[in-house]
Design a protein around this ligand. Structure first.
Ligand SMILES: Cc1cc2nc3c(=O)[nH]c(=O)nc-3n(C[C@H](O)[C@H](O)[C@H](O)COP(=O)(O)OP(=O)(O)OC[C@H]3O[C@@H](n4cnc5c(N)ncnc54)[C@H](O)[C@@H]3O)c2cc1C
Length: 471
């Protein structure tokens, strides 16, 4: 393998080829510390041509490549296996914004741009880049596209796929496909862009993208409301969708148990609503008109919700810092779970019409079969997306609990998901975590089609092998 490393140094400066253990270590373990692998080297290319040359060398030497962005993914997709024969290709040096096209309302940027930096850059020019998620300070656009990330603005603006107009991709042969076009209509055969989005580095390496921008809202109002049941929360969502239509930009749900966990680890994050409601809903309205218009609309809808018994309490954020505090409360649940220790995560979507039934039935089954477990259920309710996570009973060693119960708990949740015609991965992808469950979930025909695509685009199986599908 020394020969291969020597060859790499013909296409990449040696300082960007990390082979020492201490240099490679930060790239080998995922954010949740669930997966750790080994790598022959970590490579830090600076442009698409370097990526293409690296891929050609890897293809010639049959060395597998694990593309990596911010390494914040939840499914182990960016973590190498244990063979020590794979290389990690981290795109963080490719962080240039190539262009903001105001007339076309698009931004063209490299894959290694940090999401938050993109939002900030767009805002300076008066635009909103709506993709927003808890990891935005470290995740990268390439990773967002490769996982088709969702987050808190999907309800109004869609997920990463919906925001993307064009891509630049290095293929498994080391060719550069230039699809960097900012077109909102382009019906010229198969949609290659959509094929690469959400493929988690298994079909190609995304090196640049053209993304949509939107006008920056001038006013935003955020409120927390208390609901006694999930059915009332969904009825409330429907009420807001009807009355506020496109002004509704956020609708997040947090159960009492998830907020209690938050308060345990972040005591400053207390729920301002009275009496620990079973369901706390965070709602955001955004407008390009006057402050008063959206504030009045929000108050009118909340009054109607009170009168019809959908909500029992509400607090409207009186300033930006209070609105941010509401959002932090929602975003810190993931961090509180990480502080609490290992837990079993389920990132699922259920049609809204079945969600009430799903939660009631699954909660009851879970509490009967696994007494004492804590159900940390929260998520992007507006998208039907729940993070239905299970923490071990208090006083139980999480490692031992999970070893015994991981399989049956996943089986219980996923059987319920199938019964409700939902999905076992709403926004986090498949990676290595859900590789085994995918076949049963997708069905034989879809799974075979996915394998056919993988074989066609990566016949040597060098791009992130054994992630998403195994061929
Ligand atoms: C606190 C926290 C909150 C989160 N909240 C959300 C949320 O609300 N919604 C959501 O969707 N996710 C969320 N996530 C998960 C994660 O942030 C997203 O999946 C994110 O899109 C991953 O980006 P990344 O740059 O970290 O990718 P990585 O983790 O580095 O990689 C993810 C996958 O994409 C592949 N990949 C990375 N870059 C490229 C590239 N340039 N070309 C091809 N393949 C590539 C990798 O091989 C891997 O399979 C959260 C994570 C954390 C830690």
């Amino acid at each position: 393998m020394q020969n291969f490393i020597n060859q790499l140094s013909t296409v990449l400066e040696t300082k960007y080829i990390l082979t020492q253990d201490e240099d490679k270590a930060p790239y080998l373990t995922d954010w949740r510390k669930r997966f750790t692998g080994k790598a022959l080297a970590v490579l830090l290319p600076g442009n698409a041509a370097e990526v293409a040359n690296i891929v050609k060398l890897c293809a010639a030497s049959q060395v597998a490549i694990v593309p990596q962005g911010g390494h914040t993914g939840f499914c182990g997709g960016a973590t190498p296996d244990n063979s020590g024969k794979q290389v990690i290709l981290n795109l963080k040096r490719m962080n240039q914004i190539r262009e903001i096209d105001s007339a076309n309302q698009t931004i063209t940027l490299e894959a290694g741009c940090i999401l938050q930096a993109v939002q900030e850059k767009a805002a300076v020019q008066g635009f909103l880049f709506p993709l927003s998620l808890g990891a935005e300070g470290s995740c990268m656009i390439g990773g967002n596209l490769a996982t088709n990330a969702g987050g808190t603005n999907v309800l109004r603006y869609g997920n990463a796929r919906d925001l993307c107009l064009g891509l630049e991709v290095v293929t498994a042969k080391g060719e550069i496909w230039n699809g960097v076009k900012g077109l909102r209509k382009d019906n010229t055969g198969y949609d290659l862009r959509d094929l690469f989005i959400g493929s988690e580095g298994t079909l190609g390496i995304i090196t640049a993208a053209v993304m949509k921008l939107y006008p920056l809202p001038i006013s935003q109002w955020t409120t927390l409301v208390a609901c006694e049941t999930i059915a009332f929360s969904i009825a409330l969502l429907n009420l807001f969708q009807k009355r506020a239509t496109s002004l509704l930009t956020g609708f997040e749900m947090m159960t009492q148990e998830s907020l209690e966990l938050n308060e345990k680890h972040f005591p400053q994050m207390t729920n301002p609503l009275q009496g620990k409601p079973p369901f706390t809903v965070l709602i955001e309205l955004s407008d390009h008109e006057s402050e008063d218009h959206v504030r009045q609309l929000l108050e009118t809808i909340l009054e109607e919700a009170f009168e019809s018994g959908l909500i029992i309490d509400a607090v409207i954020a009186s300033n930006l810092s209070q609105a941010n505090a509401f959002w932090h409360m929602r975003e810190h649940i993931t961090l509180a779970q990480a502080e609490e220790g290992a837990n079993l995560k389920h990132d699922i979507t259920i049609p809204l019409s079945s969600l009430d039934c799903f939660i009631k039935e699954t909660d009851a089954l879970m509490r009967t079969k696994f007494p004492g477990v804590r159900i940390i259920n929260f998520g992007h309710l507006g998208d039907g997306n729940l993070h239905y996570n299970i923490a071990p009973p208090l006083g139980t060693d999480p490692k031992i609990f999970n070893e015994i119960n991981e399989k049956p708990i996943h089986e219980l949740v996923y059987a319920q998901v199938e019964r409700c015609n939902g999905s076992i991965s709403a926004e986090h992808g498949v990676g290595q975590l859900k590789l085994d469950g995918l076949r049963a979930h997708k069905g034989e025909v879809a799974h075979e089609l996915m394998k056919t695509l993988k074989r066609a685009l990566d016949p040597q199986n060098i791009l992130n092998p054994h992630k998403v599908v195994s061929i």
